[in-house]
Ligand binder design. Sequence first.
Ligand code: SAM
Length: 248
Amino acid sequence: TGTLHIVATPIGNRDDISARAIATLRQVAVIAAEDTRHTRPLLQHLGIDTPLVALHDHNERTAVDGLVERMRHGDDVALVSDAGTPLISDPGFRLVRAARQASLKVSPVPGASAVIAALSVAGLPSDRFIFEGFLPAKGGARKARLAELAGESRTLIFYESSHRILECLEDMREVFGVDREAVMARELTKLFETVLGAPLGELVGLVAADPNQEKGEFVVMVAGREAGEDERIAEGLRVFGILKEELP
Ligand code: SAM
């Protein structure tokens, strides 16, 4: 049987593709791509002429069966998305699940992902973090989601697009408060790469004052809530209470 290779591609700078990704894309029988029009220029640039098929959110259910069938008959398949690591706020979940359910080998060819690239330069605590992907597009639902996260102590990471970045930061300022530290990473690995860190009150001002700061692709990171001394003591007592019941 064939193998499904999950292949990361660059998030901006084309040199960020790995040697193994290039070899894999050249070797497989077919490449399943989120948008073939987007992947074709990358393959051309790499001198690769492996056939492409589309696998996006709207055809994933039907495309999956054909690809699993091909792998059952021995074809190796690579999955790529438009940028970064497939399945990370990108299509592919159904294909990977179906391949694993069919006992086919699924193997990663790791590389760029905006969430990890951003966290690695943010200077926020990185030992524990949660990735929230895209927030809901509508204001009410977005604020509700943020409110659910207001007490979270781990670093929060979000993806955002250019037309909502300012609204998103404004909602964060409202829900998390002006003093909460945040970092906005824009256009990573590209010409206008910018990493801005400030308390949310200031960060909103910086972005609102410069229209260029609303252009491109963004990762927004917010420091987790720092529990005060009293809260830490109360939490410690609560946990102690739970443990005590477990003790002999
Ligand atoms: N699969 C990708 C990954 O591994 O990062 C993410 C795909 S998601 C559809 C696209 C979002 O990722 C953008 O809206 C932005 O939030 C983030 N992103 C992608 N490339 C970026 C970059 N170069 N700089 C900052 N954020 C980026």
